[in-house]
Write a protein that binds this ligand. Structure first.
Ligand SMILES: *[C@@H]1O[C@H](CO)[C@@H](O)[C@H](O)[C@H]1NC(C)=O
Length: 512
């Protein structure tokens, strides 16, 4: 529900010194701004303000998804993390509308199909209807991902167009095309056919049988971007597979062997069994008592136990515990300063190379050292990933500008501090969705530092009177492209140390 809080209250919370009057002033100003925006939007951008026009909203979403995939891998790593969280923040409302519409339509279709099904079965008893309703094989009602549960006699047949068939004597034959990825709306995903047939003879004969469940999942998508690696694949996989305690076989579409190898410690904890490249699995029919097709999570980079069914009430704290176990990381808790007087808490400062760089890193380091921290600056891992992760676990504080590197906070001890520097341009809500809320869900102490216009390189470039500086809301309204290009893509930050120092004090307080 935190996300449901009105934005104004949130903004006021962050400046506790002026609660009462500020809220009112803020409210009046905001109402004015909103009214102006409404006028602007309804004239210039009428397509996106029309709730019924789900096609064009969809089209813009897809467009946004596209550039990242065409860019170089490196750029993808740097930029796309934010581009693709976009559906769940500010402008994301359009997308929700799209999925609501879509959901409605889908549910109507499902109902129509169910009616057909029941009449084919001569109407059925109430009892039968109840069973049939409970046992819908594929749930395609959610805009982000689909999940199918095939129980009893499920058979997976690989090859170019993989098919999973469930023998389901009480239901009418049915077929779905499922993209078993956590963001089904992305371009370039492959579909798996899921079939339900009434008789075993209608299903391909088994050539191998394993008496454990299997999960059909797709890689690809946006994997390769560090944040998406976890948000789109590893967290959803934990949500779907952890319940099986390693006794599950993964059948993978779009298998990326080098990628799986990077995270082999995580994969080997989630499944003790061979990972099958489903597309190359010719001439085999693998049979299981239970197959799950698809995976996903409701929110970004976190688990919401009230929405995500993990089969065991797992939380994001459990996920980070699981990671520490997978990598045999030694530290569960950060330093406690009142117990270790004289010792210096360890701070990792993440250095970015492309955009959103610190322009005065030496000053930031000096200020942190003066405040009592032992500081290390880290760029891209030079050691192996496993060694790097171990190093991350040795820190008590992580500090960095918004970007995929902050994903490393997964390996901090529970209770450690994450400081996210939010670049200029009204990026707070994106920053919170991507890292702020997830960090809290991980049990980290989270501090946000939003840079002022004076601390942004964009002020050097455009001057303080340019709309990019004066009017970030209008930039957001003009489309995601400008936000991505300027605020995320071409901005560096020069931290005002005097303004920043209280953050360092706050970090220390959290470690007491
Ligand atoms: C999940 O985390 C909570 C809170 O840390 C803990 O109480 C619970 O035992 C964990 N569950 C499992 C299965 O580890």
């Amino acid at each position: 529900m935190r996300r449901g809080e009105p934005k104004l209250t949130r903004g006021a919370n962050r400046s506790p010194s002026c609660k009462g009057t500020c809220i009112i002033g803020y409210g009046v100003a905001a109402a004015f701004v909103l009214a102006m925006l409404y006028l602007m939007v309804s004239t210039q951008f009428s397509f996106s303000s029309s709730p019924k026009d789900s096609e064009s909203i969809h089209a813009t979403t897809r467009q946004r998804s596209h550039p990242g995939q065409e860019d170089e891998k490196r750029e993808m790593e740097e930029e796309v993390a934010v581009v693709h969280t976009e559906p769940s923040t500010g402008r994301h409302r359009g997308n929700e509308r799209y999925s609501d519409d879509w959901e409605e339509r889908q549910q109507r279709q499902e109902k129509e199909k169910d009616t057909v099904k029941f009449s084919e079965f001569g109407g059925g008893t109430d009892d039968f209807n109840n069973v049939a309703n409970k046992k819908l094989i594929c749930d395609t009602s959610f805009g982000k991902y689909d999940v199918c549960e095939l129980e009893g006699d499920a058979r997976a047949q690989g090859g170019a167009g993989a098919t999973v068939t469930v023998v389901s004597p009480r239901a009418a034959p049915r077929e779905w095309k499922i993209k078993p990825y956590s963001r089904k709306y992305l371009d370039g995903l492959k579909a798996v056919t899921v079939r339900s047939v009434p008789n075993a003879e209608d299903a391909p004969p088994c050539t191998t049988r394993l008496n454990i469940p299997a999960m059909v999942i797709e890689l690809g998508g946006l994997t390769g971007n560090y944040w998406h690696d976890f948000t789109d694949v590893l967290v959803p996989l934990f949500i779907g597979a952890r319940r099986f305690s390693g006794e599950v076989q993964l059948l993978v579409v779009n298998l990326l062997p080098f990628w799986v190898d990077k995270y082999r410690k995580i994969f080997s904890q989630l499944s003790r069994h061979e990972i099958i490249d489903l597309e190359k699995d010719h001439g085999v029919v693998r049979c299981y008592p239970h197959v799950v097709v698809g995976y996903g999570s409701r929110k970004e980079f976190t688990i919401d136990p009230s929405l995500d069914d993990t089969g065991g009430g797992y939380t994001m704290v459990n996920f980070t515990e699981f990671l520490r176990h997978s990598y045999s990381l030694p530290r569960d808790r950060p330093i406690k300063l009142n117990h270790h007087q004289g010792s210096r808490p360890r701070m990792m400062i993440l250095e970015r190379t492309n955009s959103r760089k610190f322009m005065n890193l030496p000053e930031v380091v000096a200020a942190a050292e003066a405040a009592g921290f032992e500081v290390s600056v880290a760029g891209r891992p030079k050691a192996s990933y496993d060694e790097f992760v171990r190093e991350v676990n040795s820190f008590d504080v992580m500090l960095g500008v918004h970007g995929a590197g902050l994903t490393n906070c997964l390996f901090l001890p529970t209770g450690a501090v994450l400081v996210q520097i939010v670049p200029y341009g009204r990026l707070e809500s994106i920053a919170r969705t991507d890292f702020g809320e997830p960090a809290r869900d991980m049990g980290l102490r989270y501090i946000e530092y939003a840079v002022a216009a004076e601390e942004s390189s964009l002020t050097d470039v455009f001057g303080k009177d340019h709309p990019i500086i004066k009017d970030p809301i209008s930039v957001h309204m003009s489309g995601w492209g400008n936000v991505a290009e300027w605020y995320l893509g071409k901005q560096d930050v020069r931290i005002n140390i005097d303004r920043f120092r209280p953050v360092l004090m706050q970090v220390l307080e959290h470690l007491h």
